[in-house]
Design a protein around this ligand. Structure first.
Ligand code: NAD
Ligand code: UDP
Length: 310
């Protein structure tokens, strides 16, 4: 059993990762400043002897003797990462720097939760890890996109210069229970709007595409990547099944059983037209890993969660 630090552990993905690691018997430290995460997400773990919750901001150094570090701390939804963009860049960059420093000092293996946003508004489709991306460096999304790109660069340099044992995963749109109700991401927005009988707000004409991965598939891929020897990544983790945002709105409305109207609103700036992961590398390197949960089933589970809180 290992001692594992999860930064951003009280967030959406972090809480599922902590739950899985605690259930496997590892000693887990969950570190979070509760900007977008909450204690409620990890409430079920609080009584476990192998789970520890720490309030800490990753822009300051943190010290603990651990074997593995999953670095997830960073707001992930456009509303939240654009709320204080300077802080977002600091969290990505200083958070990575501090956690890499810790990994170097205690000789821990460290995994970075990077993102498909490093590909920006891609002109290669689907995106492979070899693609360098098409990112606007000065736009409203750049605090997040460039912050994450810089973190990847730091990870690679700590690896090349100091021999730190790194892993980089590029996560594509992920959804599931524990998503923050107000974080404005498309799946949580549509479900909450449909449950409240409000209009479903499509930005643009709804023809832009995304590929949605259920959170348990991602957690499985992250854990396999962390425990895979001799492969740093970066590796894409996502579900290659691609849908338009209009198709998604219609499916959620049907599954909720709502008669909400679908309305169209202006498209935010730099909103990528399409996004779909090429997961050939993950399949090959991570023991045949691939997403298992179809969109319909994942949406049903997510809707069931939101019914308990809306
Ligand atoms: P989230 O906002 O639910 O979780 C992020 C967590 O980090 C929250 O608990 C938040 O309070 C915490 N945090 C933020 N700034 C912090 C700081 N300075 N110090 C300590 N804690 C801080 O988002 P999520 O969807 O769970 O994303 C987790 C990670 O995965 C992020 O790094 C994100 O960039 C990455 N990711 C997520 C997706 C997705 O679709 N959900 C896609 C690509 C990448
Ligand atoms: N979107 C939408 N309505 C919403 C929220 C989002 O049409 O209420 C669109 C958004 O413009 C984007 C897509 O859905 O084209 C996915 O948005 P999200 O913020 O979930 O993720 P990202 O843009 O980071 O992939």
């Amino acid at each position: 059993m290992k001692r594992i630090l999860v930064t951003g552990g009280a967030g959406f993905i972090g809480s599922h990762l902590c739950e899985r690691l605690v259930n496997e018997g590892h000693d887990v430290i969950c570190l979070d400043n509760y900007f977008t995460g909450s204690k409620a997400n990890v409430k079920a773990l609080m009584g476990c002897g192998n789970f520890e919750l720490v309030r800490h901001d990753v822009t300051s150094p943190y010290y603990a003797e651990v074997d593995q570090i999953y670095n997830l701390a960073c707001p992930a939804s456009p509303i939240h990462y654009q709320y204080n963009p300077i802080k977002t860049t600091k969290t990505s960059f200083l958070g990575a720097l501090n956690m890499l420093g810790l990994a170097k000092r205690v000789r821990a293996r460290i995994l970075q939760a990077s993102t498909s946003e490093v590909y920006g508004d891609p002109d290669q489709h689907p995106q492979t890890e070899a693609y360098w991306g098409h990112v606007n460096p000065i736009g409203l999304r750049s605090c997040y996109d460039e912050g994450k790109r810089c973190a990847e660069s730091l990870f690679m340099d700590y690896h090349r210069q100091n021999g730190v044992d790194i892993r980089i995963v590029r996560i594509f749109n992920t959804y599931g229970p524990n998503m923050n109700i107000g974080d404005g991401r498309v799946i949580s927005n549509f479900i909450v709007q449909a449950l409240r009988g409000e209009e479903l707000t499509i930005y643009g004409d709804g023809s832009q595409t995304r590929s949605f991965q259920y959170v348990s598939d991602l957690v499985e891929g992250m854990i396999r990547m962390m425990n895979c020897d001799g492969f740093t990544g970066p590796v894409n983790l996502g579900n290659p099944n691609e849908f338009t945002i209009l198709e998604l709105a219609r499916q959620i409305r049907e599954l909720v059983g709502s008669d909400s109207r679908i309305v169209f609103r202006p498209l935010p700036s730099d909103d990528p037209r399409q996004r779909q992961p090429d997961i050939t590398l993950a399949r090959r390197m991570l023991d045949g890993w691939q997403p298992r949960v179809p969109l319909r089933e994942g949406l049903e589970r997510t809707i069931a969660y939101f019914r308990t809180i809306v």
